[in-house]
Design a protein around this ligand. Sequence first.
Ligand code: I3P
Length: 104
Amino acid sequence: AEAFLERKQLLLPGQKRASNRTWKNSYTVLCGQLLCFFKNKDDFAASKASCPPINIHNALCTIADDYQKRKYTFRLVITDGSEFLFSCNSEVDMMDWINRITFR
Ligand code: I3P
């Protein structure tokens, strides 16, 4: 799975409230158990990540139905306590990401 996705971090490791809460757009790629972030496709091809990857091993990935500001948004909680929202372009895209992250 790879696509441009917007993401917002809600919690830092240890469930600390994130201070930078801006939505960011990244070319997002699921590589095994790592969710990796690139500025664009060319940077992905060149392996130039824009920030550290997220380890999704044992992560919890669910529809963010309590988040009303954007449609097709899912929540990802990882084992270090970090939490993110990801906003997709369609319901199908969202379910695809959730399934891939959950059943990888
Ligand atoms: C944040 C930005 C986010 C917003 C967040 C703001 O401000 O406006 O879009 O999240 O609200 O803090 P900034 O870009 O100046 O850091 P939402 O889109 O979910 O409202 P929050 O603090 O309630 O998370």
